[in-house]
Design a protein. Sequence first.
Length: 236
Amino acid sequence: MRSFLAVDFGSTYTKLNLFDLDKPCLLAQSKGKTTIESSILFGFQEAFQCLQQYYPISLNEISEIKVCSSAAGGLEMVVIGLVPELTLDAAKKAALGAGARIVQSFSFFLKEEDIKHLENTNCDILLLTGGSNGGNEEVVLHNAMKLASSNLSCFFLYSGNEKVQENIRKIFEKGKKTCFFSKNIMPDINQLSVEDCREKIREIFFKNIIQAKGLEELKKLFPVISFLLPQPCCNF
């Protein structure tokens, strides 16, 4: 039997759903209290022991485990690109593929009214993109300066023109903003490269937003875990 375990680390409960992939059908469900403050492993182990009472199975017998988190209400993002049909579209693909819900999107030069609108928007991560590598610099530098001098308190992720990455870093540091970096999501015109950005979004969410201690231990213990996502990308 090929088995599949779906795990959701919620703010209060860690929920497990065990499936038979061959039939397919739901075999068992369980939950345990989420233990983010100590280690998410403890809550997972409690939930899994409860699951075993309904369907005796060991972790070694499970073919695949996929994990998401609905803690903190999921992940809300703002995406900013240069051209709507190019880097902005790529930014949306990266954010949605990482499990985020996009609450606002902008392109070209940010204006003062855009910043004011952003300051009144609930956002966990703001993804700033724009320019192929060696391409347009003016727009991303302008937008970075606008964002760095704003009252926004979210995390920032820069995934644009890598030639100005160091300039972007200094701009956000000067503005006392936390900014992470990934590879350019569009290193050349019409060339998408979003996976590094997606992984960085997931990492920021789990390590910095829900602060899931024990995440690395979980991945080491269970190599059949293929990826970890915020909801809504992985609903069950």
